[in-house]
Design a protein around this ligand. Structure first.
Ligand code: V47
Length: 420
């Protein structure tokens, strides 16, 4: 698509050379990304991102009917940006009351607040049994969900069989529902806890055989050693994150990619992160059976984390980051604004700033909770609201499945439209 009647703003801007590249479909380099961040010409930035978005998707904007479920908030890591985790030792040493046992076949464990994922006290530690996970999946499936998104903390005790059993039980109960589960960090954890130890490839194959459909994009944070050491030192770094996604792509498993921005990183470090994702995607598109479907820039929510003294990104920084992600990642089809983190209103605005996807109904979300949220994990948008947000932005709502196939609903049932 050409910028037929180029608005004067684009000819008068100091970003004119970047506008020329965008118009020509040429790749932006690292310095272009930093300049876009530093420019005050936000209208040009938004317009350029919109050019790329329209070229790829016209006025379509995607949403899905999904359900996020977190199996446990116990975690062996202590990432400073995270308000989700609870140290397991704290729980077993008796900080909480009402222990319950699990049914996953391992050593009985204390289970506190097993209903946390349905909207109860989010400060308590919990781990859900396979039966509880399956019940949540079934409930979502019966309400029309096409996807379940499962992630959790790195639990020190649960055996690898818990995760394969969970996938198998959900697949059996909800055969058409796509299981998008486990960040790269969890996959590495599984490869270490499996007995005998398993390679990343073996873990992914075992999970896929149990029903796993694709991997979500979490755990990427910012690919930079300085930021890694300052904000999430004990977590594996970018080499391991990319190894998991590379292996998944080789196996034909599609994945997403995130960037957690607005904490201790600089803008240049964000651009560096995007360039690294782009290089990986080039390789996957050229030589692997799958690739990144979508990039999700996640806006840091400081509340309750060890970085709660930081302000978090402004709305303008959110918009800039979404637009620059669209412009830098010329080889990733979709850019998602996750409304839980960017807020529904900003996600709506971003639909004219490069974004083509606002995630889905979500229903329960436990990883970030904004203060004043009433202590509940219930965070839901109805399908009507998602469609209204999209229409008000001048876009056409399209229900998609996890792999971005259009979902058609007829006579109380749904099917996906195979790409022609
Ligand atoms: O890995 C943790 C991030 C991620 C905070 O693939 C935080 O479709 C903001 O990856 N503020 C999990 N973010 C969420 C995630 C995701 C979400 C929606 C869709 C998809 C997808 C993936 O959340 C974590 C971490 O990077 N996170 N703490 C926080 N305080």
């Amino acid at each position: 698509m050409k910028l037929h009647a180029r608005p004067t703003i684009l000819t008068n801007t100091s970003l004119a050379d970047i506008a020329d590249k965008v118009e020509a479909g040429a790749r932006l380099d690292f310095d272009d990304g930093v300049r876009l961040y530093e420019s005050n010409d936000i209208h040009t930035l938004g317009a350029l991102a919109d050019v790329v978005r329209r070229r790829l998707h016209g006025r379509r904007a995607y949403y899905n009917i999904n359900r996020h479920v977190n199996y446990s908030n116990y975690c062996v890591l202590r990432c400073k940006f995270c308000s989700f985790y609870l140290p397991f030792e704290k729980a077993v040493s008796g900080d909480s009351a009402s222990p319950m046992t699990t049914d996953f076949g391992g050593t009985p464990l204390p289970l506190f607040g097993g209903e946390a994922a349905t909207g109860h006290d989010h400060h308590a530690g919990y781990e859900l049994t396979v039966d509880e996970m399956t019940a949540r999946a079934r409930e979502a499936y019966e309400r029309g969900a096409t996807e379940i998104h499962i992630v959790g903390g790195l639990h020190p005790k649960l055996p690898f069989s818990y995760y394969t059993d969970m996938c198998r039980a959900i697949r059996d109960a909800c055969p058409r529902m796509h299981i998008k589960a486990f960040t790269a960090i969890e996959i590495i954890h599984f490869s270490r806890i499996a007995r005998p130890r398993m390679s990343i490839r073996e873990v992914l194959i075992a999970l896929r055989e149990s029903g796993l459909g694709s991997l979500p994009g979490g755990g990427a944070e910012i690919f930079d050693d300085r930021v890694h050491d300052e904000a999430f030192k004990n977590k594996v770094g970018e080499a391991e994150w990319f190894e998991v996604h590379r292996t998944a792509h080789e196996l034909g498993i599609f994945t997403n990619a995130t960037m957690l921005y607005g904490h201790v990183e600089t803008r240049a470090e964000r651009v560096g992160h995007l360039v690294k994702l782009r290089s990986h995607q080039d390789e996957s598109l050229a030589s692997r059976a799958a690739h990144f479907n979508c990039v999700i820039p996640l806006s840091f929510v400081p509340d309750g984390s060890a970085l709660a003294h930081l302000p978090g990104p402004t709305g303008l920084e959110d918009l800039k980051t979404l637009a620059i992600s669209r412009l830098m990642l010329d080889n990733v089809s979709h850019v998602k604004a996750f409304w839980i983190m960017q807020t529904p209103k900003l996600a709506q605005v971003s639909l004219n700033w490069g974004v083509d996807d606002i995630d889905g109904t979500v229903v329960y979300y436990d990883i970030t909770k904004r203060e004043g949220g009433g202590g509940t994990t219930h965070q839901e948008l109805s399908v009507d609201t998602l469609k209204r947000l999209i229409r008000e932005a001048g876009c056409e709502p399209v229900e998609r499945d996890t792999l971005y196939r259009r979902v058609i609903r007829e006579d109380g049932d749904w099917r996906v439209e195979e790409p022609s």
